[in-house]
Design a protein around this ligand. Sequence first.
Ligand SMILES: *Cc1c(COP(=O)(O)O)cnc(C)c1O
Length: 391
Amino acid sequence: MTLPHDEAAAPSNDLPGADAATLTIDLDALGANWRLLRDRSRDGACAAVVKANAYGTGIERAVPALAKAGCRTFFVAQVSEGRRVRRVDPAAEIYLLDGLPPGGAGELVAANLRPVLGSAEEVREWIAACGGSALPAALHVDTGMNRLGLPVEEALALAGEGAFAGLGDTLLMTHLVVAEDPGHPINARQAEAFRALMRAFPGARTSFANSSGGFLPDAPACDLARPGYSLYGGNPTPHHENPMRPVIRLEATILQVREIPAGAGAGYGTHWTAPGPRRLATIALGYADGYPRAAGGTDAKIAAGTPYGQALVGGVRCPFAGVLSMDLTILDVGDAPEASARRGETAVLIGDGLEIDEVGMRAGTIGYEILTGLGDRYRRVYVGDGSGAGG
Ligand SMILES: *Cc1c(COP(=O)(O)O)cnc(C)c1O
């Protein structure tokens, strides 16, 4: 099957040189992850959250792969993302998490996109724009995030007044604050609030769990799970082994290798000093590629025991030496096999057990930010198609 592919809308390096870092995206692993989440979920069905260009993996390739795996419902943040999903999946149910843009209801109706309504005002605008035809939408109730959605009391009061009667097929949803920490008391409070809402909206379909929420023991059983991060290989259970298959692999080419004496610095600002004679390799990947500069290896971090970036060379973990430059990163390859630490060989930045969660931690952030920051200068290689047929 040939898929419509909008090159302008899909960030990719169309003319990558041999020096471009390679981002490999395994669409079969993506499809397998979706099926695993669907099978493990106590919810009736499983959607896929594909906002932010499918967490950096590329909407135009991720959505058809997820559809092939069986996914029918997609969540994005913004209208432009919804349009991109619609283009590659004409039959999909598409929800916009950011809600109804002011004055945008007509545009959404025309594009067959469903808003996640987050206020009484949005509900009124949507009902008016539907012109009596009661189109489907989601209703977002805020049970603790204080970000988007109707406060619980307001939603319950409005339900009592029949304010939502003009809505069509309604997906009642809320969003978890700390689902990745099952012991946190706010999970139980959010679950309890959502159970009360489910009773007040007996006709609505329901959606509670994001990636980590699907692994909470006491989450209410709903109609639709809404995982994002875990689809792309992120660990939904950060304190346990990752049940997901890795989707992303990032490799960069070694451009030069050099020997330096003890006491020599490396990189801008000489924030790193060689503790002894070292062998350094410079790779073609920098912060302009979306890899955080904050992952740099500095004397201060080493002294404080603060984690910092690593890459695998010949299967051996090699720490970053100094801060990342725009286009380049220096690795201390002293422990790597010499045959692998050579010009033209590759260093693995994500993959082979170096997971996105760890990469995020080593950059002082989370894996989500690593994924959504993946740059547009990479040579993007897609393998598989979501069916899993290719392995
Ligand atoms: C992003 C988002 C999700 C997906 O969350 P993950 O942690 O990536 O699984 C689900 N619901 C809402 C409202 C979101 O904003």
